[in-house]
Design a protein around this ligand. Structure first.
Ligand code: ADP
Ligand code: DAR
Length: 344
């Protein structure tokens, strides 16, 4: 039996804001067909009072069964109401931008990733060890069919030399281990079984297998050619989708473990060098806020910016199309570079 969580007064998570006593009473005994529970959904946010969100879905059905909790969180984070429907648009001819830094003075690298999960399987928080290995097998089989620029090899984490793993993480290619939020949600269960990375020779196309989501499909390269990076990603997603059916909802778009990634499940980011603006964070943040952009550190989530280099990416993933999200990024980065040039 689950008790109403005791949130500390300095917990500012969306979980603590929207899990009212009445919502708790309504949901505490509910289960999905795949046996996900409220206790599992809120485990991370209860264990870590410094969570921003605090919840993870265990399957697609969780977003329906526990909608009294998920819907207000989704509304608050994405501005997306329960009456709205997500639309997708990956038609690159509708992206008017290309490279906001043709002089190659500011943007160090561009990375665009989408999260995907395989239809009809549990998500990572409640999947069994056997099911996770089955998911890995199906994904790797699909990836090994890819041709030309997308062809590559799969490297299971299980027997990866520590030095290789550390170098891939340091070079921004591989996910970190031991995220406490993911661990408490159950997403690191049976680690490192079923986890690994696929990449082509140039490491411009990569796929993380069974981290926070079952697939993180990534396109990345040096410089700021957003259009080229996006084109490679969409080509890869379409090729994989010929073989694997992704979990998707008419209302919420692509289904992900964390509600912050629903919809496009896309994060399009640049690592950008802004030495003058880094001394005027008020100005920098006014521009990123205006263009619906998020600032992360250079080693990904929960890391710090270093040496005036920032990870800047689209904040909105749900209720916007993929084209709108990369336009947010393109226009925001153009504005940041303009402001950096104007700074005395
Ligand atoms: P995700 O993007 O999958 O949500 P993170 O924010 O943790 O995950 O980033 C994962 C890794 O990708 C980190 O090592 C991060 O430094 C790297 N990364 C993100 N954006 C870029 C970029 N534009 N160029 C190079 N590396 C990047
Ligand atoms: N740290 C968790 C997750 C927030 C969103 N990031 C993801 N899904 N990687 C939190 O609730 O703050």
């Amino acid at each position: 039996m689950i008790d109403f969580p005791n949130f500390s007064e300095n917990s500012h998570s969306l979980l603590s804001k929207f899990l009212t006593k009445s919502v708790f009473e309504e949901l505490k005994n509910k289960k999905t067909t795949k046996n996900n529970s409220l206790q599992q959904v809120i485990a991370s946010g209860v264990a870590h009072q410094d969570s921003h969100i605090g919840v993870y879905a265990g399957d697609k059905e969780s977003y329906t069964i526990f909608s009294s909790l998920f819907d207000p969180i989704i509304k608050e984070y994405h501005g997306f109401s329960k009456h709205q429907k997500h639309n997708s648009n990956t038609d690159i001819t509708q992206f008017s931008g290309s490279n906001p830094d043709v002089e190659n003075k500011y943007i160090i690298s561009t990375r665009i990733r989408v999260a995907r999960n395989i239809a009809n399987y549990p998500l990572g928080t409640i999947i069994s060890n056997e099911e996770r290995k089955e998911v890995e097998k199906r994904i790797v089989s699909a990836l090994c069919e890819l041709k030309n620029e997308l062809s590559g090899s799969y490297y299971p984490l299980y027997n990866m030399p520590q030095k290789t793993q550390a170098q891939l993480i340091e070079d921004h290619f591989l996910f970190k281990e031991g995220d406490r939020f993911l661990s408490s949600a159950g997403l690191n269960n049976d680690w490192p079984n079923g986890r690994g990375i696929f990449h082509n020779k140039e490491k411009t196309f990569l796929v993380w297998v069974n981290e926070e989501d079952q697939l993180r499909i990534i396109s990345m390269q040096k410089g700021g050619n957003i259009k080229e990076v996006f084109a490679r990603l969409i080509k890869a997603v379409k090729e994989i989708e010929k073989v694997i059916t992704f979990s998707k909802s008419d209302r919420l778009g692509y289904i992900t473990s964390c509600p912050t990634n629903l919809g496009t499940a896309m994060r399009a980011s640049v690592h950008i060098f802004l030495p003058k603006l880094s001394a005027d964070m008020k100005k920098l943040k006014s521009i990123t806020n205006h263009h619906h952009l998020q600032i992360r550190g250079v080693n990904g989530e929960h890391s710090e910016s270093k040496n005036s280099v920032f990870d800047i990416s689209n904040q909105r993933r749900l209720g916007v199309t993929e084209i709108e999200a990369i336009n947010d990024l393109y226009k925001g980065i153009t504005a940041l570079i303009k402001a950096e040039k104007e700074k005395i």
